[in-house]
Write a protein that binds this ligand. Structure first.
Ligand code: C5P
Length: 316
């Protein structure tokens, strides 16, 4: 029997996403606060007798995820994670990676990055690489800005492209409602619209061109106190205006969450998922019911946070 290891890794929301002016490398410097939510991607890595990397995807339709929207070729981020790990550790083994999706696709919640994080840990175990978390983190950072956080989980500050992580102190549990849309937004297009909006503002000499991004003290204080009301007031996302230009119907989602007395609401990351903060689990269910009745989103999920990072849940 070929060995199998199963790992799960969480999706995330950005409690703050401060975006600076685009750099020469085409990337925007970020100051962000990530929080992992208890919606998980599950990846099972199984040894192979050849050196192929084979991806299969299973997705829960009840979560509004269509498996056909997930690429299974070499450009799948979990496949790229396996290749990068093989190169970093000088091995030639193959692996079958079965991905069970629980995080909305193309929603700004880093589901693909969670696949990559889970694949790194699962392959490292199945190939018996003796890798450390730091070793996996180094490979993760080469795969995308959100992949290291998929390994890390919990609540963390991300600088640079978002992959320079340090843990944030957070007390207690926060209750979120996530409203997803079946048609995604493209991350590069949202950043390009961010540039367009800021160029327009600079032309109008309104003086609000993006400056160096900084972490909000209000967010850090609210997290440390476990104060959901304060956190709700402090949520911010510099990409939200750009996401709203590209997907104006998201205004209705934001409005409906406020009608249900969410403590705060924002577009998550580059969107189009909208995250609303609730006072309690009960309140999250009430907000979710209101959003469903308003028919402003394709799927509405309640989730708790912070959730742990990539974790082995089954091994031989
Ligand atoms: O990190 P990821 O590969 O998802 O980024 C996709 C694209 O989004 C990049 O090629 C870039 O155009 C844009 N991006 C950016 N600044 C960031 C992250 C992404 O401009 N910090």
């Amino acid at each position: 029997m070929n060995r199998s290891v199963t790992v799960r890794a969480p999706g995330k929301i950005n409690l703050q996403l401060a975006v600076g002016p685009v750099g020469d490398d085409g990337y925007h410097p970020l100051a962000t606060v990530f929080q992992a939510v208890d919606l998980y991607e599950t990846v099972t890595a199984t040894e192979r007798d050849d050196n192929e990397i084979v991806i299969t995807v299973e997705a829960s339709r009840s979560l509004g995820i269509d498996p056909a929207t997930v690429p299974t070729g070499a450009d799948n981020l979990a496949a790229r994670a396996a290749v990068a790990l093989r190169e970093a550790y000088g091995v030639e083994a193959g692996v079958s990676l079965h991905i069970r999706k629980g995080v909305p696709v193309a929603g700004g919640m880093a589901g693909g990055s969670a696949d990559a994080a889970a694949a790194l840990l699962a392959c490292a175990e199945v190939w018996d690489l003796g890798a450390t978390r730091e070793g996996l983190h180094e490979v993760a950072a080469t795969l995308g800005a959100d992949v290291p956080f998929g390994l890390h989980g919990a609540t963390a500050v991300g600088l640079g492209r978002g992959s320079d992580l340090s843990p944030a102190m957070a007390r207690g549990e926060f209750h979120w409602v996530l409203a997803t849309q079946s048609s995604g937004l493209s991350t590069p297009e949202v950043y390009a619209m961010f540039d367009t909006l800021h160029d327009a503002e600079a032309d109008a000499a309104s003086g609000t061109a993006p400056s160096d991004p900084r972490i909000s003290q209000d967010i850090m204080t609210a997290l440390m106190a476990g104060d959901a009301v304060r956190l709700g007031d402090a949520l911010s996302n510099d990409l939200q205006p750009a996401a709203l230009v590209l997907a104006p119907h998201l205004e209705r989602v934001l409005g409906a969450a406020l009608e249900a007395e969410a403590l705060g609401v924002m577009v998550s990351g580059s969107g189009p998922t909208v995250a609303a903060l609730a006072r309690s689990r009960q309140h999250a269910l009430a907000i979710a019911a209101h959003l469903r009745a308003a028919e402003v989103a394709d799927t509405v999920l309640a989730a708790s946070a912070p959730a742990p990072g990539a974790t082995i849940i089954a091994a031989p």
